[in-house]
Design a binder for this molecule. Structure first.
Ligand code: NAD
Length: 297
């Protein structure tokens, strides 16, 4: 089996920056591709800001963290970004039109050997397989936010994915410190979001229909299940933009969901995107739900 050493991550946003750094931290050579200089500057900033988390959660030294940074380069030209790639991990916005267009360009730009993996949270790989021009070398590899500690990689192919490519990605996932979760068939939402999204949707409906406020809902979940955070903590962790996009797809035809979508949109317009911007339903880095008093009051 050929080793995957050269990785290109397309999209240096919330997840792309984490995937890029985790691969580099584990010794892979990484190129981050994004659409322009401003996006690359933002990606560099996101990656550098991971230092505190790797020191805290991974017990990394500054030298180890810096060694990871040195293995990452950046590009805004797709051809240049994928010229030597063994694997392209796509983490661009969860909008089908953007992803279709990206895979059509990538199909032409990437060498024949390159495997493509999508980190899409909601679209099964057969949605984009034909655009890739290489459906046998295409599958989904889905990471969870804060990938260095929430280290699942859900791996899901199509009927056309070559089993040896699937196995190569399972092995790669282990090499970069993930626990590979092997799905035997296509499942929208994989294992994680099949469980998590209905919970977040239901919590959002309780809030949007004035049944209870977010803190009360989170407290209920945390006290009754012993979970370390509640559904609104998950909104902030996932990021409100991504949660909104997913809920729009799932709930668009449901008029009962309109107040929830409107309330989330209002928060997004105010820049309350969750942990990423320091404010969502909670304030960061010290959200109230981590305070020992939170569950008592
Ligand atoms: P994001 O909006 O934070 O980042 C998207 C990045 O893609 C931005 O840097 C943007 O400039 C870039 N981009 C836009 N168009 C592009 C193009 N044509 N080519 C290259 N780059 C482009 O989004 P995100 O939250 O990181 O989500 C990215 C993907 O990861 C989505 O498919 C999402 O479903 C998935 N995902 C997100 C989470 C999460 O918790 N946020 C978790 C798992 C999976």
């Amino acid at each position: 089996m050929t080793e995957i050493e050269q990785v290109t991550v397309a999209g240096g946003g919330v997840l792309g920056s984490q995937i890029a750094y985790q691969c580099a931290f584990k010794g892979k050579n990484v190129t981050v591709y994004d659409i322009g200089d401003d996006a690359v500057t933002a990606a560099k900033k996101r990656i550098k800001e991971l230092r505190a988390a790797y020191k805290r959660d991974m017990k990394a030294t500054d030298e180890q963290f810096d060694a990871g940074l040195e293995r990452i380069s950046f590009a805004t030209d797709l051809g240049e970004a994928v010229r030597n790639a063994d694997l392209v991990i796509e983490a661009i916005p969860e909008k089908p039109s953007i992803k279709h267009g990206f895979y059509r360009s990538l199909a032409k730009a990437a060498p024949e050997k390159t495997i493509f993996a999508s980190n899409s949270s909601t679209y099964v790989p057969s949605t984009f397989a034909e655009d890739t021009g290489r459906p046998d070398k295409f599958l989904n590899m889905h990471f969870a936010n804060q990938i260095w500690r929430m280290n699942t990689a859900e791996i899901m192919g199509t009927d056309q994915t070559d089993p040896s490519v699937y196995d190569q990605i399972v092995s790669f996932a282990r090499q970069i410190g993930m626990v590979p979760i092997q799905l035997h068939k296509e499942q929208p939402g994989y294992v994680l979001n099949t469980l998590l999204m209905p919970l977040m949707g239901a919590a959002g409906m309780l809030w949007a229909h004035d049944v209870a406020d977010p803190y009360t809902i989170d407290k209920t979940w945390m006290i009754a299940t012993g979970a370390p955070k509640g559904p609104f903590g998950f909104y902030d962790m996932v990021g409100l933009r991504t949660a909104y996009n997913i809920l729009c797809q799932r709930q668009n035809d449901n008029p009962q969901a309109r107040p929830l979508l409107d309330k989330l949109k209002a928060m997004i317009d105010q820049g309350k995107l969750g942990e990423e911007t320091g404010q969502g339903f909670y304030h960061y880095p010290d959200p109230d739900y981590r305070d020992a008093e939170f569950l008592k009051s």
